[in-house]
Design a protein around this ligand. Structure first.
Ligand SMILES: [Zn+2]
Length: 156
């Protein structure tokens, strides 16, 4: 939210000497009001004029034991010890580039019988990311539910 506010306020650009690195989480759940992630990163580059503006995101949830850090392209590469699927509207596995519900699978979560989790998050998958990482990736698109309808929001 602060990143978006900085971009929208359009302060005079200032030149930073050191790289700027940011890590965001929570899927940008309704936090941004006017700009999408790509517009915010572009705005930060224009405003900060740093040698590097590297904004990464964390994707994860309480019901799944891993957190994924995005690459510079904004993709979440899935490590070899975890599995994922994209489930299409027809309930079948979606092909690369086709949007559907993100399903995560990992054997580390032994305290609950929840090794396979069908999320309420929309995304797609792909291979051969331009970042050079060889593993397949997820690209998060958004939630099926509103941010106010998440379990975290309902706990408040
Ligand atoms: Zn990548």
């Amino acid at each position: 939210m602060f990143f978006e506010h900085l971009c929208l306020s359009r302060p005079d650009a200032f030149r930073l000497q050191a790289p700027v690195r940011g890590l965001t989480g929570g899927g940008w759940k309704g936090m941004t009001q006017q700009l999408d992630r790509q517009q915010i990163v572009a705005g930060l580059n224009q405003c900060l004029q740093a040698p590097l503006v590297d904004i990464r995101d964390i994707y994860g949830m309480t019901e799944h034991p891993l957190h994924y850090i995005s690459c510079k392209e904004g993709h979440f590469h899935i490590p070899a010890y975890s599995l994922f699927s994209i489930i299409g509207a027809d309930g079948k596995l979606a092909a690369a580039g086709q949007q559907g519900l993100i399903q995560l699978e990992n054997p580390f979560f032994a305290s609950l019988p929840a090794q396979r989790l069908l999320t309420q998050d929309l995304g797609l998958w792909g291979e051969r990311c331009s970042c050079g990482q060889p593993r397949p990736y997820l690209r998060y698109s958004g939630r099926v539910t509103t941010p106010e309808g998440t379990c975290a929001a309902e706990a408040l």
